[in-house]
Design a protein around this ligand. Structure first.
Ligand SMILES: Cc1cc2nc3c(=O)[nH]c(=O)nc-3n(C[C@H](O)[C@H](O)[C@H](O)COP(=O)(O)OP(=O)(O)OC[C@H]3O[C@@H](n4cnc5c(N)ncnc54)[C@H](O)[C@@H]3O)c2cc1C
Length: 441
């Protein structure tokens, strides 16, 4: 056991929670500061109509190894907390879509078996998908030079229908960036761990509880059990170097200043840059993309025939929904509640909340061939303007390490194989904690 140090973690998103848990396990005296009253950052609970929902519907992959490890460490039974489904891209029958579900076989057989069974794709579409998978595997999912996803699909000779039903929705859902601007290399990394991965890694996991209860709240209880502190509603305004330590000043509490041996800045990139202004450490600026989730409540007993479906969207026709989740199949207390996701949602949000939810309700009624869905009891649109950074080709992302050995960064925007995801946030938290542990060892 090395000597316990006082460490501040700024930001209780999933990156900050992961860093704080790792440091607490190592025996350090951790204080986790969160400016909001609710823990979880961009993956947190919000109260709507007296129910605890999320700021946005999230989906995890079986390949999220560090997130699953963290859940286990803090005592969350992932099998209860997450609904595990095989890799799939299923459209409701009224959508002119496809029905693709990977059976539980080792890769690549799961993919080929799924293709044999898939309805809604022609022989040419299926051949294109098989060719994509075989070529990408042969290239070890790596490109010499990054390019856009659109260029990659053209190079791999993909059919128009496959692009529309499979690649475009997958790219937008995973990278929150449209194919013409999205990084082909990061897209290939995600596909490597889903289409190209072992059976369990390619599974899709949907939270059954709200996101704050799923991880941040349990992480906070774990940290407190290890004699650490979790301070919600505490915004760190300033960090000043003081001898070999850091002096933290809290917003609206000029008198509240506290010294720490080490600091993890686990805020969004813009806040990290602001906190580091005037120091030798820098955080670059990113472009961001929004994500919108529309919740629609229907009478209890309203059910879809699967927990979630892909939807065909068409912005030019005012059809916005990309995926619909039946929350009642995840959590009995949310019976009749549907969550519809619109990624890269700038144009959709320009419509205004009322018009957007009416358009989405009409889309559901038609795609799912359930006319009653046109009239929800209530609806609520949540738009996260800076949901994720724009994941463009060759984007340079900084490392956790800074010029100061006792100050590190954590967050989904840092260098990673993955786009901005829960897993990149958690992995980054682990890396940040490892750097501080090594420094103080
Ligand atoms: C609507 C939506 C849908 C998404 N869907 C998915 C998905 O399906 N799958 C997936 O894997 N990922 C998804 N993501 C991405 C995922 O949520 C993020 O990548 C992840 O939550 C980022 O975590 P983080 O800890 O890096 O940052 P954040 O969550 O942004 O955490 C930073 C924290 O720092 C706090 N903070 C900021 N300034 C201060 C300060 N001065 N003092 C104290 N605290 C401060 C903030 O309040 C915040 O809690 C989605 C994101 C959104 C918004």
């Amino acid at each position: 056991m090395t000597e316990a140090k006082k460490i501040a973690v700024i930001g209780a998103g999933w990156a900050g929670c992961s860093a704080a848990v790792e440091l607490a396990i190592a025996g350090h005296a951790v204080t986790l500061f969160e400016s909001s009253r609710t823990l979880g950052g961009r993956a947190r609970a919000v109260e709507i109509q007296g129910k605890l929902l999320d700021n946005g519907q999230h989906i995890l992959l079986g390949a999220y190894t560090e997130t699953l490890r963290l859940l286990k460490t803090i005592g969350v039974a992932a099998n209860d907390a997450l609904l595990r489904l095989p890799l799939q891209m299923r459209y409701p029958s009224g959508c002119d879509g496809m029905d693709f579900v990977a059976p539980r076989l080792p890769a690549p057989f799961h993919l080929f078996a799924a293709l044999l069974r898939t309805t809604g794709l022609s022989g040419a579409d299926k051949m294109a998908l098989a060719r994509f998978s075989t070529t990408a595997r042969w290239m070890d999912w790596r490109l010499h030079t990054d390019c856009s996803v659109s260029e990659l699909l053209e190079r791999f000779d993909q059919t128009e229908r496959l692009i529309k039903l499979m690649w475009q929705p997958l790219c937008i859902a995973a990278l929150n960036t449209p194919p013409e601007r999205a990084s082909a290399q990061v897209f290939l990394n995600v596909l490597r761990d889903s289409l190209g991965a072992a059976r369990t890694a390619s599974d899709m996991l949907i939270p059954r509880t709200n996101l704050t209860s799923l991880l941040p709240q349990q992480a906070a209880a774990f940290i407190e059990q290890k004699k650490g502190f979790v301070k919600a509603g505490a915004s760190v305004q300033k960090i000043t170097a003081s001898d070999q330590q850091w002096l933290l000043t809290l917003k609206n509490e000029e008198s509240t200043k506290e010294l720490f041996d080490g600091v993890v800045i686990a805020t969004q990139a813009t806040t990290a840059a602001a906190l580091l202004t005037g120091s030798e450490a820098e955080v670059p600026a990113f472009d961001y993309e929004p994500i919108t989730t529309c919740y629609l409540q229907y009478p209890v007993g309203t059910r879809l025939t699967a927990p979630f479906y892909a939807l065909t969207d068409d912005a030019t026709q005012g059809v916005w929904g990309q995926f619909v989740f039946d929350r009642g199949q995840l959590d009995a207390s949310q019976d009749g509640l549907l969550a519809v996701v619109v990624s890269v949602s700038t144009a959709a949000t320009e419509l205004g909340q009322e018009a957007l939810s009416a358009a989405i309700a009409a889309q559901l009624a038609s795609s799912l061939q359930m006319p009653q869905l046109a009239q929800p009891q209530w609806s609520k649109v949540i738009s996260e303007k800076r949901a994720t950074f724009s994941c463009t080709p060759g984007l340079q992302r900084p490392e956790e390490k800074t010029v100061f050995p006792h100050l590190v960064l954590a967050g989904d925007y840092l260098a990673s194989d993955y786009p901005a995801t829960l897993e990149s946030a958690v992995r980054s938290g682990v890396k940040a904690a490892t750097l501080l542990k090594q420094h103080f060892a």
